[in-house]
Write a protein that binds this ligand. Structure first.
Ligand SMILES: C[S@@+](CC[C@H](N)C(=O)[O-])C[C@H]1O[C@@H](n2cnc3c(N)ncnc32)[C@H](O)[C@@H]1O
Length: 169
């Protein structure tokens, strides 16, 4: 932070769900990144996964309407599980068409686990979901295309202000 002269960052070393629940206001978050959440593949450990129905409810509560949450993972089971949790809430649409991920996003940035898995030749999956606008089903703003409305995918506002990004991990 000092080296890059960043003075608009607030870092919390804590449990993501708890932080969100007790510190973030309703409809206050512009952008969320969840990069490489631990997969917890064993059945008895699944309760430890960050992305579960409670977490998704928190995202629904805190994210502003029409704003984005990104998930990045190398793990196919995590990919499947995130899609299930997010779609089951009924409050988000995917920015990407079926199968709802891409394997590259230009200028997304990297992280320790991104470099690690790429160095081992692993495929990376990027998901991007947008919180629906309106409380009664999907009411896309005019800048989202009609075609996208039909197949429940959407284009997103052109501009994302990365200065406003919020990150759990
Ligand atoms: C696989 S690492 C990814 C780290 C980093 N995001 C990256 O891309 O290199 C998963 C991270 O999630 C953190 N983590 C796991 N469960 C969490 C939770 N419930 N709340 C906050 N952080 C959590 C772990 O401590 C670990 O640092």
């Amino acid at each position: 932070m000092n080296r890059e002269r960043l003075n608009n960052i607030f870092i919390v070393c804590g449990e993501g769900y708890t932080f969100s629940k007790f510190y973030l206001k309703k409809n206050s978050v512009f952008l969320i990144y969840v990069n490489f959440p631990d997969p917890w593949p064993k059945r008895r450990h699944q309760k430890n996964r960050l992305v579960n129905l409670n977490f998704v409810e928190e995202v629904k509560r805190t994210l502003k309407q029409g704003k984005t949450i990104f998930f990045v993972t190398d793990d196919k089971e995590t990919l499947k599980s995130i899609k299930e949790q997010i779609f089951s809430s009924g409050s988000f649409i995917s920015f990407f068409k079926d199968p709802y991920y891409v394997n590259e996003i230009k200028n997304y940035g990297s992280s320790y686990f991104d470099s690690l898995w790429r160095s081992k030749g692993k495929k990376i999956y990027y998901l991007r979901f947008i919180k629906k606008v309106g409380t009664e089903g999907f009411e896309p703003p005019t800048y989202w295309s009609q075609t996208s409305r039909a197949n429940q995918t959407a284009l997103c506002p052109e501009h994302i202000n990365f200065n406003l990004k919020k990150s759990f991990l």
